[in-house]
Design a protein around this ligand. Sequence first.
Ligand code: ADP
Length: 327
Amino acid sequence: MYAIEAASLAKTYPGDVRALDGLSFSVEQGTVFGLLGPNGAGKSTTVKILTTLAHPDAGSASVAGHDVLAEPAGVREAIGVVSQQGGHDREATGRENMRLQGQVYDMSGADLERRIDSLLEQFHLTEAADRLAREYSGGMQRRLDIATALVHKPRVLFLDEPTTGLDPEVRAEMWEEIARLRGEGLTVLLTTHYLEEADRLAAQLAIVDKGKVVAEGSPDELKRELRGDAIHVELANGAADGDVATALDGVPGVTEVMVEDRALHARADDGARTVPGVLAALEAAGIEAAAVTVARPSLDDVYLRHAGRTFSEAEAQTDTADQEESR
Ligand code: ADP
């Protein structure tokens, strides 16, 4: 039995915003699964449906063996949720926050206190336990949210963008905490728009774009799918897609070409050997290169291949759409 199963989920928000467009994936028990996608891909909407906070227009889903529509109470008992906003009461201490969570789930007495003490220790909050949460640093607050979500021993933990807004060092610390959750039988669904985060933490991941899963597998499998190296050329003055494709037509070693704004993304079996030919062909066509890099495939390249645009480009498009929406 899968810990999470989502089948053909669809959800349209008012204004004809298609947040989910037939999204499906399955998560094995006891693993960390990553939902990776740029802002606006539909990750939070998926989490809302799986945690019974929103209804899908179509499709079905189950969590820990309970159907999200038919048995929402069963789902809620089996899950812990750390939302992007965080859930703690800033005017209560860390320990009080955790105690309240236990009481919501009918826990009390020595059992509850033992559970709280052990989680405080696991998340390095023992010393800060009796201070008000508002006095905690950003990283401590995030750790408190995870510890609190685990008080009632959920079988499935949802972490929605757990490191967004954190400093790089604090983010690295959080990655260690999340990595430590593995191996305790807990299933973790992590949503993120950080490629590196998914790469490091997720055993399996689904790349989500425009409300659909466009690729699924382990980070290594996804990267292995991409044969050879990625060549990225920054074009000094930009160029039309067709012009670049024509210029590179027949250059030995080049297997794929994509142009985006002022960047040319190509693939080649042997990047280093292919670059001179690429540059010569561009020069012959009067297209000026400003910078060139050759790299082993990254998840960014995987995303580019399946979504037809780079991650940063997708995020920029969403930002523009959001600005237009708020006008
Ligand atoms: P992600 O978590 O991947 O950033 P979301 O699930 O939050 O994506 O959003 C998917 C799409 O649905 C976006 O276009 C977003 O603007 C839209 N959306 C999300 N929530 C609402 C809402 N409550 N009302 C209208 N549109 C929404």
